[in-house]
Design a protein around this ligand. Structure first.
Ligand SMILES: [Zn+2]
Length: 230
């Protein structure tokens, strides 16, 4: 059973075991940001918390983020993520969102920031007024999946550089989909440093298995990365 926790007057997090998703309410609309791994009833949960018209936004389309999408006819997502979404059986109409787009909830504007790398169409969502960044899986203190189809550590590094150079100072807290809630903005620079060390071949990892796949886990004090085994 997913657990619903109120963060403040108009924001909730829904904890689904090892993954979480969020409900952000404005004055005119509410947005569900992701829909968990085992929560086909995500829409009903959200509708139990708000009577506002509800929209769906996905940070990316790995299967632990889309389980409740089936009850939405349409959803906002990066078009670069559509292949990943359909590969996981995702249905409905993709409403494309790109870098700089604003989704207006009424007194609460959500700005889309493209941060590909973890997946081809990963996005972060900046709630500037409330000084919160929703980071999806890309900035978190658990282990970030960077092996297999569509993952690109070079792009990931560029995306975190973009967050640092263009959005630093615009948020006080990061809301991730895994690991500790919330995490602090400093984690962006730390994850960037870790990814750079892996790319340069300076990090030492250990071989582990994930879903039967041999991968290499690079664990730093602040976060970890599952990468292709070397
Ligand atoms: Zn995930």
């Amino acid at each position: 059973m997913a657990e619903t926790i109120r963060i403040n007057e108009n924001t909730w997090r829904i904890e689904d075991g090892s993954v979480r998703f969020y409900l952000f309410c404005g004055t005119e609309k509410a947005a569900l940001i992701d829909s968990g791994m085992n929560v086909p009833e995500a829409r009903e949960i959200a509708e139990g918390l708000t009577s506002l018209p509800l929209i769906m936004i996905n940070t990316h389309a790995d299967p632990d983020h889309i389980s409740g999408n089936g009850s939405f006819d349409e959803f906002y997502m990066s078009p670069a993520e559509e292949e990943n979404y359909r590969d996981h059986g995702g249905k409905g109409k993709l409403l494309p969102v790109r870098e700089g787009d604003i989704i207006e909830l009424g007194g609460r504007s959500l700005r889309i920031i493209d941060i590909p790398g973890h997946t081809p169409g990963s996005i972060a969502i900046l709630d500037g007024k409330n000084r919160v960044l929703v980071s999806g899986d890309s900035v978190q203190d658990g282990n970030i999946f960077m092996f297999g189809k569509g993952r690109d550590i070079g792009l990931y590094i560029k995306s975190l550089e973009h967050l640092l150079s263009d959005h630093d100072g615009q948020y006080d807290e990061i809301y991730p989909m895994h690991g500790t809630f919330p995490v602090m903005p400093e984690l962006v620079g730390k994850c960037l440093e870790g990814a750079r060390e892996i790319q340069k071949g300076n990090a030492s990892g250990r071989n582990v298995k994930i879903f039967g796949n041999p991968v290499c886990l690079y664990r730093f004090p602040y976060a970890g990365f599952f990468c292709a085994s070397v």
